[in-house]
Design a protein around this ligand. Structure first.
Ligand SMILES: Cc1ncc(COP(=O)(O)O)c(C=O)c1O
Length: 353
């Protein structure tokens, strides 16, 4: 008798980006914020007491929900906290998708979605982006779906492109199930779908503290939706999904909006400079609204080879050996110094192909 369910045996697991132990590596492969979290975060972590560790934490991360509600101008019961944004995705899949149900998502987008669909033994409707030059658009089929769950990353990963709110609103109105708008990278974008929540009971927004707030090592994310939808998800979640240290750190981080916004401004400036420099070297890329760019390598070069040669030079970027992405590299925007090192190395690779 098989020890685990057949669909698990037959599926491939998610492969995360490399996390080298050598801290001298210039790490532009997993979209972390290159700047540290707010000093208030370290202060909060250093002031954790033994008593806080002895007790179970707040089951619903109350301090964070109150602080995030103030930051977003919404009510705390519209927020559900999870152990990273990825855990919110698991919750939504478990709550909304049963065996054989249909899940829809765009392609390319977050490569965890097909893995979560396989875990539920769900059917998949994969919607290829319409890519016209460097414009990425939703295919018309997105308005005619019959599925339990639709996942949209916005700004999208790995393209960095952004769908506008009227289009998102039309997609939501046309969709019969739950629409999850994955805003893991929204802090680097000019718009959010937050304003759509009051009009739509079937929408949930994913937020992550990993990118915008420099807390990838802490694991903290949250969902924003109407309280009626979240009440169902609360039944599915772990009793204590967020630990006391993570709650204290994330609360301090979201409270210090001025500091976080300062890092977003620096990253957006660097993104503009990086895009101009890459284009001047012959790379093509869509305008990014995120903290990374998706660059197609110049004719005559192979992305896998550029990836490897950058790695040999101690610089990690992300190469996806997936259909539609094999001629591209996803490059996280780093500090000015990190980006300069990347561009200098790329120049030497282009000079000696
Ligand atoms: C599109 C997207 N959604 C969600 C996440 C999850 O982020 P985390 O679990 O670190 O909060 C990521 C992380 O890389 C992502 O790229």
């Amino acid at each position: 008798m098989p020890l685990v369910r057949e669909n698990i045996v037959n599926m491939a697991g998610y492969v995360p980006g490399e996390q080298p132990s050598d801290i001298s590596v210039i790490k532009l492969n997993t979209n972390e914020n290159p700047y540290p979290p707010s000093p208030r975060v370290l202060d909060a972590v250093q002031h954790i007491t033994a008593e806080q560790l002895r007790r179970y934490p707040s089951p619903d991360a109350k301090a964070f929900r109150d602080a995030a509600a103030r930051a977003h101008g919404i009510s705390p019961d519209m927020i559900l906290c999870t152990n990273g944004g990825d855990e919110l995705l698991s919750l939504v899949f478990r709550a909304c998708v049963g065996d054989g149900d249909n899940v829809a998502f765009l392609d390319p987008s977050y490569s965890l979605y097909p893995v979560l669909a396989a875990l539920q033994d769900a059917r998949k409707t994969i919607l290829p982006y319409h890519i016209i030059g460097t414009h990425w658009e939703f295919p018309p089929d997105i308005f005619k779906l019959d599925a339990k769950l639709l996942l949209i990353v916005n700004p999208n990963a790995p393209s960095g492109t952004l769908a506008d709110l009227p289009t998102l609103s039309r997609v939501i109105q046309a969709f019969p199930g739950v629409v999850l708008i994955d805003e893991a990278y929204v802090d680097f974008a000019p718009t959010s779908a937050l304003a759509l929540i009051p009009q739509h009971a079937n929408v949930i927004i994913l937020r992550s503290m990993s990118k915008g707030y420099g807390l990838a090592g802490m694991r903290f994310g949250y969902g924003i939706a109407q309280a009626s939808l979240l009440a169902q998800l609360h039944k599915v979640r772990d009793s204590y999904p967020c630990d006391a240290v993570a709650i204290a750190a994330a609360t301090a981080a979201i409270t210090d909006q001025t500091y976080a916004a300062g890092t977003w401004d620096k990253i957006k400036n660097q993104r503009t400079q990086m895009s101009v420099a890459l284009r001047s070297m012959g790379f093509t890329l869509p305008d990014s609204f995120s903290n990374f760019v998706l660059a197609t390598v110049p004719a005559g070069m192979a992305a896998a080879d550029v990836y490897q040669r950058l790695k040999n030079a101690n610089i990690l970027v992300r190469y996806f050996n997936l259909p539609g992405l094999t001629d591209k590299l996803r490059i996280t925007i780093g500090t000015a110094e990190q980006n300069a090192a990347l561009l200098a190395t790329l120049k030497t690779l282009i000079a000696a192909p």
